[in-house]
Design a binder for this molecule. Structure first.
Ligand code: UD1
Length: 429
């Protein structure tokens, strides 16, 4: 078991480069099983969720090679269409294998997915969409079986712009008969990245990132090489870490259009932002200003994944800020832990009222989910004294050695292995 130890108070300075986006890497890796041959995926982050996805691919018969941040998936031979319950439950995105497996093999046998405990997170839209494409779906307890001899194009209207459901439909219908239209798809940059990858392989997907997506089904896809887009939520994590510590950093390899929804919030806090091609310099004031109101919504509005990070940042702003969470009902679960730092955040259903305090103090806290865990790290960076962040396996799902990147920016943060810790204590006693 490991935890993070932070001695807060250092303001962040220097340059940092983003790794590839987790939320792009996962669907793209799931989609590789559509392709008979070797898909070469560059800028693939080394995260525990990526490892779990690779484990699933291997269990289905794929051969995987990893060299640095390049992952090669050879899906020439798929030998199974079943995924074990244990691995399914490690992450929500495993539901995307439903679409890719049924399209490739004609059947998929999986279990309800797990992932961060940030809300009910049903999969009804995924299942209804696959039924519209002609799949037979049988649910029994937590197991789901999906069969189809060949998927047929259909018009699918999503009642909510679900990221996962949009991805599942794109993946399932890339190889199909006829035309699929998705009305009200999610427009997140990761959707466009998935479509770009599949189009390079020969798919005919039009309108990704817009309000309607059209997919002209093809008979087969060819292998290709693809580079995953940089992680915009990682960028927003560094921005929060810089803002809360009154720092000045340069974030390299950003896509400004992906970050456009969060720029106004940091401007309102009093941070100055300078864009130079794909580099973003953020310079924070001594004391941040409050932000009147932030509402999380699907892209191109403020992302729910950045909400926890900004909530933590605003704890030390001057004045009261309000955040309304519209996507996941349990996304404020981490706030109980945040208040242990001396923050003053009240939750009223889906609304957080953040009464800014002058300083935070060190605390011993538990990460409750991925982004909530990263938010606790952000709080620890500015808290006076020592903080320990436990249950960091949540953080490792989406950040590649976050502590090393933050240390390089001047933070005093270390990953401690419990065993080493107790050996240390034994030596002293
Ligand atoms: C993805 C992201 C996650 C991000 C979220 C919203 C990945 C791996 N994860 O999650 O980081 O926070 O988008 O931007 O890309 N819903 C239903 N029925 C469904 C599907 C979704 O009711 O069948 C609801 C969910 O409970 C939630 C909302 O729709 O309230 C949005 O969920 P969705 O966009 O599907 O999120 P994910 O794909 O799970």
């Amino acid at each position: 078991m490991e935890y993070l130890k932070i001695i807060g108070g250092n303001s962040l300075q220097g340059d940092v480069t983003l790794h590839g986006a987790k939320n792009s890497a996962l669907p793209i890796l799931c989609a590789t099983i559509l392709i008979k041959g070797k898909s070469v995926i560059h800028n693939c982050p080394n995260l525990s969720d990526v490892k779990s996805t690779i484990e699933i691919l291997e269990s289905l018969g794929c051969e995987i090679e990893r060299q640095g941040d390049t992952v090669t998936v050879d899906a020439q031979n798929i030998t199974s269409s079943k995924i074990d319950e244990g691995i399914m439950r490690t992450m929500r995105s495993s539901i995307l294998f439903l679409g890719s497996l049924v399209s490739r093999t004609g059947s998929a046998s999986i279990f309800l997915p797990g992932g961060c405990d940030i809300g009910a997170r049903p999969v009804d839209m995924h299942l209804k969409a696959l039924k519209s494409l002609g799949a037979d779906i049988c649910e029994s307890g937590s197991s789901i079986t999906c069969t189809a001899s060949r998927l047929n194009g259909a018009k699918i209207i999503l009642p909510f712009a679900s990221v996962g459901a949009t991805e599942n439909i794109i993946i399932a219908s890339a190889i199909s008969k006829g035309r699929t239209t998705i009305i009200n798809p999610a427009r997140e940059p990761e959707i466009s990245d998935l479509a770009e990858f599949l189009n390079k392989c020969g798919a005919k997907i039009y309108g990704a990132g817009e309000s309607t997506i059209e997919i002209e089904g093809v008979d087969y896809l060819n292998p290709c090489e693809h580079r995953i887009i940089p992680d915009r939520i990682l960028a927003s994590t560094y921005m929060s870490a810089c803002a809360i510590t009154g720092g000045e950093i340069v974030i390299k390899d950003v896509r400004p259009t992906h970050l456009a929804p969060i720029f106004p919030v940091f401007n309102e806090m009093g941070c100055r932002l300078y864009l130079n091609n794909n580099q973003l310099k953020i310079s924070a004031p001594k004391r941040l200003k409050r932000v009147k109101m932030i509402k999380t919504m699907p892209f191109p509005a403020f992302p729910t994944d950045s909400q926890s990070l900004v909530t933590a940042t605003l704890c030390v702003a001057k004045g009261t800020s309000i955040i309304k969470e519209n996507i996941f009902e349990n996304r404020f679960r981490f706030v109980g832990q945040l208040n242990r730092f001396g923050a003053d955040v009240e939750i009223d259903e889906q609304m957080a009222v953040i009464n800014g305090v002058k300083t935070l103090h060190g605390a011993n806290v538990n990460a409750t989910d991925l982004r909530g865990g990263a938010a606790l790290v952000v709080a620890g960076l500015c808290a006076q004294g020592v903080s320990t962040i436990n249950s960091i396996e949540h953080i490792d799902r989406g950040y590649e050695r976050l502590e090393e990147k933050l240390s390089a920016l001047g933070a005093d943060i270390k990953r401690i292995v419990y065993e080493e810790d107790s050996k240390e204590a034994n030596k002293k006693s």
